[in-house]
Design a protein around this ligand. Sequence first.
Ligand SMILES: Nc1ncnc2c1ncn2[C@@H]1O[C@H](COP(=O)(O)OP(=O)(O)OP(=O)(O)O)[C@@H](O)[C@H]1O
Length: 262
Amino acid sequence: MKPPPSVLRITGLTKHYGGVKALTEACFSLAAGEHAAIVGDNGAGKSTFVRLITGTERPNAGRVEIDGREVNFHSPLDARQQGIETVFQTLAIAEDLDVASNIFLGRELTYFNLGPLSPLNHKAMKSQAAQMLEATGVKIPDMSEKLRGMSGGQRQCVAIARAAGFARKLIILDEPTAALGVQETAKVEEIIKGLKRSGIPLIIISHNLRQVFDLVDRIWVFRQGRIIANRATGQTNPEQIVGLITGAIDPASLPQAEEQPC
Ligand SMILES: Nc1ncnc2c1ncn2[C@@H]1O[C@H](COP(=O)(O)OP(=O)(O)OP(=O)(O)O)[C@@H](O)[C@H]1O
């Protein structure tokens, strides 16, 4: 019997900036409910890959399929409309707005449609935002507080809860704990672990291998603009992943991973 198509399947994805080969013929796949990590040294092509699959930039070549159907995103909005939610490092939050307004930023609920003059339904946004936070286990003591007054960890949690609340196909987290201290990192990791229950697949970009091994099912290694290996977390170890990242281990010397998108 044919296996079910991957939720996300990427083949031959390529992006060159003039002479800079940021990404060359990348192949990647993600199964339903799977959590995957993207790892690699600085400049390995991780952010380029995310920009291409979120419609932030257009590839020079390659194919992106969602649920077996080719998609061509021309903007991040396109990707969002297809159920792909990304938490970029910049978080895309409005500091002077409260939690509910941030969660519904750009998708405000209204009583009825009068175009830009539509009256906002603050009550519904508040109650749905509270539900989204609860569903992801995010605790915000005062929902009316503006994000400006919140810690980096709380802001990150709000951004993740928003992504989880709207994602129908895929959640992408770009270095979600890079700017956080130890305790806040632990809190954010707990929230990410809880997302497994939703069944929505997730990609996390992280330089923190301890975190990666704790959170994901499969690790994809980027090196010099190519995806050189992928390993199920249970079938590798941090030393091997570091060796692949630095080039000390030749991926061809390892048994082939069972997951080979192309
Ligand atoms: N807009 C651009 N114009 C020219 N070169 C670029 C552009 N964006 C990225 N690059 C180059 O492409 C390569 C891959 O960059 P990318 O940002 O994707 O790497 P990365 O793995 O995300 O690195 P980091 O971990 O530092 O964020 C690098 O050599 C980078 O300098």
